[in-house]
Design a protein around this ligand. Structure first.
Ligand code: GLA
Length: 707
């Protein structure tokens, strides 16, 4: 452990910490004023003394009296004008926080080294504990802050972020972010960072389709070259990142809980813990940056990294009109094609004939399933599949028994309308009675029925986020208490039902983040199932999130983008980029289509470990040309799979040479269907020739190691 966190106090009597990962170093120090300052973040340097040179050459800000500030956790009050991590009001109305270094500790958490640095406000006793957990094998540092009120009066926190990340002086910083909207989530944006502040945020109460809490910072890096700093926030409520560059060349990214309309009353002795903000550095472009996050998620964030099953989902086929007969019919075809989990989406509960009614009443609709769900579940089991169900626990239709009984259980303000979106309101999970009710409803459901998969949906952003019954001064805590309440329900359900797989969905990819990932195996990435659009969404999604967490269904081609004529092969191959599902009208498929589907699913099961647990290399993007290509390498290196997609028709056959990555240059490989053996070096330097012909042509290439 000593080798990952090293402290030197020799020369100055002030700590100088070097946090080491396998390839990087993150260095901070206490300066002469007792402020904790950032020193260095980048590749490991040979000598410890090298890092001190970085202090001298780093960008400066002429703000505080000493003239230098690169604080790890700036608090607002004295002369500094960038985004603070902490702003608070004390009981006597003082609004300036002073944080002085008061000690440190080196501990472990899950066998990983942790540096804990303590800062204290000398007058009011407010403490901030900065946590740095080092993840050596993935070159990542997890940061969070715990604010402890060590004084004897309440403090009102008004702005409390997880971290400020400082970057070295460079020319031409560029910022990468993920933006989008419903149906086109995870679009990569790339801008030159101007002087000023860029804000990426959600004020919607959930992560959002419009922006995702991930960033990349580089000076012109590609997938394989250039320095990249990146980070992702583990939080599913309203969040905020700022990326700020000033004319001195200082670049800082901050992030955490959104301060918009938010305050938190910290009584004497209480503490507030921020979400984790994980950050990393890659010396060789965005490919390694993403693989670091993917590996970290599989090892440290996800509830498990077991291969995900192939599932069928009813939504685009039967929508709200699910019943025993129509589900039974499609289940038989799905099983024949190799589907492993059969999932009924919306429509099975309450009075859910459409989206005007039923949310909140989590009991089986006996009109649709007269004998409950068991006859269907038994049938699904007999076909060799597991059974799954859709729920939307945080939401409620005013037309529901639950709302009629408890109209005060939702977000609302007195004397104001309760604005419905998709005819629904949001249950206030900050309230314990609401949490308990919803937990019990779900727990009962999972206890009564043999359900092994839950798709947990969330179909509206918040408005009128009021909590009139909150204790005095605590109503704005609702933003954080609500999402903590949701996490709490997940935690308890997972403990009681460890064999259930959970999928996070929010009208598609509106709640994809490292916070909810702790409780859910996978995400429904988008309601847009067009396989060509999916290539772009997968590319953006995979900047931050591991492929196995992205569920994609093969549907009929016209469900979203208006009749784009993607062939079945294109739809299946695009669906295999991550976790594969089927949501098509299988009972209407011809025997030939079913046989083709069966072949694709069987191939997918063969390569699933490589795709889900292996390393991803993004070879080509339809952002830059007509071809998208992705390569996966099995964790053992024994197999690699390449997917190539031609976006539209081209002028005749489209020929390309794909330079593979991640192979052993010294090893021998054989491409399936070819006799020639090639070295890894040849496949990476000379590449694989492909020819794609026709509208939405696609190809899969399997490569196996020979020795
Ligand atoms: C959301 C989801 C869909 C489906 C519907 C059901 O839009 O993203 O997949 O579950 O809700 O109402």
């Amino acid at each position: 452990m000593e080798s990952f966190i090293q402290i030197s106090e020799k020369e100055t009597d002030r700590p100088f910490w070097i946090l080491r990962t396998e390839h990087t170093a993150y260095v901070l120090e206490v300066d002469a004023q007792g402020w904790v300052q950032h020193v260095y973040w980048g590749p490991r340097l040979l000598l410890d003394s090298d890092y001190r040179v970085a202090v001298a050459s780093g960008p400066r800000v002429w703000e505080r009296p000493t003239g230098i500030s690169r604080e790890e956790f700036p608090a607002w009050g004295d002369p500094k004008y960038g985004e603070p991590c902490l702003k608070a009001t004390f009981a006597d109305r003082t609004r300036a926080v002073v944080l002085q270094y008061t000690g440190y500790e080196i501990t472990t958490e899950d066998d990983l080294p942790v540096l804990l640095v303590r800062l204290t406000d000398p007058h009011y006793g407010l403490e901030v504990h900065l946590h740095y957990r080092v993840i050596p094998e993935f070159d990542l540092i997890e940061r969070k802050a715990i604010i402890v009120n060590g004084g004897d009066q309440s403090v009102m926190l008004e702005h409390i972020l997880s971290a400020a990340w400082n970057f070295p002086l460079r020319e031409g910083y560029r910022l990468k972010t993920l933006g989008g909207m419903w149906g086109s989530e995870f679009q990569i944006q790339d801008i030159e960072l101007p002087i000023g502040q860029q804000v990426m945020e959600s004020r919607r109460g959930h992560t959002s389709h419009h922006a995702n809490p991930w960033f990349g910072l580089d000076c012109g890096a590609t997938e394989t070259h250039g320095e990249v700093w990146f980070g992702a926030l583990a939080y599913s409520g309203s969040w905020k990142f700022t990326a700020e560059r000033n004319a001195y060349g200082r670049v800082v990214v901050t992030g955490g809980v959104n301060d918009f309309d938010f305050t938190w009353k910290l009584d004497a002795g209480e503490s507030f813990e921020t979400p984790v903000f994980v950050g990393g550095f890659s010396a060789a472009g965005y490919g390694p940056a993403s693989r670091s996050l993917h590996g970290y998620e599989r090892a440290y964030v996800l509830p498990n990294a077991k291969p995900r099953p192939v599932l069928y989902n009813s939504w685009y086929v039967t929508t709200f009109d699910v019943n025993f007969e129509n589900q039974r019919d499609v289940a038989a075809v799905a099983a024949e094609m190799g589907v492993e989990y059969f999932v009924i989406d919306d429509g099975w509960f309450g009075k859910r004939k459409n989206d005007y009614a039923g949310l909140g009443d989590w009991t089986v609709d006996r009109d649709k399933f007269p004998d409950g769900l068991n006859p269907l579940i038994d049938y699904v089991h007999d076909l060799g599949m597991q059974f799954g169900l859709w729920v939307e626990p945080e939401m409620i239709n005013p037309d529901s028994d639950l709302y009629r009984a408890h109209p005060d259980w939702v977000f609302y303000f007195p004397n104001r309308p309760r604005t419905e979106l998709r005819h629904q309101l949001v249950l206030n999970m900050a309230r314990e009675d609401v949490r308990e009710h919803i937990f019990k409803a779900l727990d009962d459901l999972l206890t009564e029925y043999d359900i092994r998969f839950v798709k947990w949906d969330h179909n509206r952003s918040y408005s009128e986020v009021g909590w009139p019954e909150a204790p005095e001064g605590r109503d704005r805590e609702i933003w954080v208490r609500h999402i903590r309440g949701v996490y709490d329900i997940f935690r308890k359900l997972r403990a009681n039902h460890p064999d259930v797989i959970f999928e996070s969905c929010a009208g598609g990819g509106g709640r994809v983040d490292l916070g909810i990932m702790r409780y859910t195996e996978q995400f429904w990435g988008s309601d847009n199932t067009d396989s060509s659009d999916n290539l772009l969404m997968f590319e953006g999604f995979s900047m931050a999130y591991a492929p196995l967490t992205k569920m994609s269904w093969v549907t009929e081609p016209d469900h979203f983008s208006g009749q784009r004529p993607t062939p079945l092969a294109h739809r299946f191959l695009a669906g295999m980029l991550g976790s594969l599902g089927v949501g098509a009208e299988l009972t209407k498929w011809t025997p030939e289509q079913r046989a083709e589907g069966q072949r694709w699913i069987s191939l997918y099961k063969d390569i699933r470990e490589t795709v889900q647990l292996g390393d991803l290399y993004r070879l080509r993007s339809t952002r830059n040309g007509p071809l998208a290509a992705f390569q996966f390498v099995h964790p053992t290196g024994q197999e690699s799979v390449v997917f190539a997609f031609l976006d539209l028709a081209h002028f005749g056959p489209y020929r390309a040479c794909l330079l593979l990555q991640g192979l052993d240059p010294q090893a021998r490989y054989r491409i399936d269907g070819q006799d020639t053996v090639m070295s890894g070096a040849a496949l990476m330097q000379g590449g694989v020739q492909i020819t794609l012909n026709g509208v939405f042509a696609s190809q899969i290439i399997r490569i196996r190691r020979e020795d």
